[in-house]
Ligand binder design. Structure first.
Ligand code: HEC
Length: 168
């Protein structure tokens, strides 16, 4: 067996190993699940009435709570969001507690925005949505965030693509 053959074979084997080590999603950066967000600062809640589109699943409408981590709070104060800033919108259906009174029902989804320069196509924010209570199932398909999330958030482009303006 020639030396060249051995070197080529070793290189091929190494290449195969490296290929196996790549995550299945390629090099698409993933927005991490925001562990512990319920202990972050609550920066607002919004109630949305039922619409013709969702009345069958959420007849009393929805509520979502907004949370900001410390770096996101810093960004709200200074106007410049540092890497690692995270906002969360935690969505629930509303269910009737007593006539005229409503409380949180099932969790519908969790919207996340993380400040990360790798997400250049969406203004330096990674957008993703976790389905229901899942910490792994995502509702935003690879490449879909610009249309599904970012396009609307450009309405807040003058404020770093962040809508929420809580009193701080
Ligand atoms: C039709 C417009 C629209 C679309 C589409 C949209 N958002 Fe938002 N988003 C808003 C508005 C308006 C707010 C402010 C809170 C509120 O009123 O619900 C907001 C708030 C947020 C927040 C809290 C930080 C902030 O900007 O106030 C996060 C996190 C978020 N959205 C993530 C997402 C993700 C992830 C998607 C896509 C799956 C998405 N959004 C799609 C309009 C939109």
């Amino acid at each position: 067996m020639s030396k060249t053959f051995l070197i080529v074979a070793a290189a091929l084997a190494l290449g195969a190993l490296l290929a196996l080590a790549q995550p299945a999603t390629g090099d698409r950066p993933l927005v991490p699940y925001p562990d512990g967000y319920r202990a972050w600062r609550h920066v607002g809640s919004v109630v949305n009435e039922a619409t013709d589109k969702n009345r069958a699943t959420t007849p009393h409408g929805t509520i979502h709570h907004l949370y900001a981590n410390d770096l996101a709070l810093e960004g709200l104060r200074t106007g410049a969001f540092p890497e690692g800033a995270v906002f969360v919108a935690d969505w629930f259906s509303l269910k009737e507690k007593y006539p005229g009174g409503f409380e949180e029902g099932a969790r519908l989804r969790l919207d996340v925005m993380v400040r990360d320069a790798r997400f250049a196509a969406t203004g330096g924010w990674g957008f993703d949505q976790f389905a229901g209570d899942s910490i792994t199932a995502r509702n935003v398909a690879p490449g879909a965030a610009p249309k599904q999330c970012f396009e609307c958030h450009t309405r807040a482009s003058a404020r770093g693509y962040v809508f929420t303006r809580p009193p701080l």
